[in-house]
Design a protein around this ligand. Structure first.
Ligand code: URA
Length: 190
């Protein structure tokens, strides 16, 4: 396991897969390195690639609103992605690309030791919860893995495409808030 400085430096030079060829920035992750709650998306889009920060485009603005609903801001949680370089035309990251990159996320999780991991959308849920995860059926359901409570909610991009899913997302967020209150010790004190 690498420490933060080594991990960031290694990741910024990464050539583990061909996504490095088109990137402007590696999008490592942002937030509290001692966060109790992590949010994991699938991979950077155009704005994230240009700015080097996750969730700063339209989906990111909605994620900020979703965090605000449960009384949180970006600085109280940690936000990262399954792959750290932008897939061309925002296609889903290939399994080979996820395999090449997932070690960085695992290292981030090992350093942070979160109590709760929230997967944003099906790609993150399939990788982190189970390969056959069905987001429409299984969003909002908790599973425990290695002492970490995990659940998936709809990806903010999905909520932008289909506002009809927003009431379900709202319920999931409220449930997440209850879990944070029950399990976490400093998230709402920061
Ligand atoms: N979508 C993601 O999954 N991650 C980002 O960082 C931005 C958009």
């Amino acid at each position: 396991m690498m420490d933060w400085a080594t991990l960031k430096a290694t990741c910024s030079q990464c050539h583990n897969c061909s996504l490095c060829e088109g990137r402007h920035n590696v999008v490592f992750g942002v937030g509290d390195e001692h966060a109790e709650v992590m949010f994991i998306g699938e991979g950077p889009g155009e704005h994230e690639d240009l700015q080097g920060e996750p969730f700063v485009g339209a989906a990111g603005h909605l994620l900020d609103d979703m965090l605000e609903i449960i009384g949180l801001g970006r600085t109280q949680v940690y936000i990262a992605n399954i792959v750290k370089c932008r897939p061309p035309n925002n296609r889903d990251p290939l399994n080979t690309e996820q395999d090449a990159c997932i070690g960085y996320l695992r290292n981030q999780v090992a350093l942070i030791q979160p109590k709760i991991i929230v997967c944003l959308g099906r790609i993150a849920a399939m990788r982190l919860i189970k390969p056959d995860f069905k987001i429409t059926r299984e969003h909002g359901q908790w599973t425990e893995k290695s002492g970490v409570q995990m659940m998936a909610i709809y990806h903010p991009s999905a909520l932008l495409r289909d506002p009809g899913k927003r009431p379900e997302a709202f319920e999931d967020l409220k449930q997440l808030q209850r879990a944070i209150r029950a399990i976490c010790t400093h998230t709402y004190e920061n």
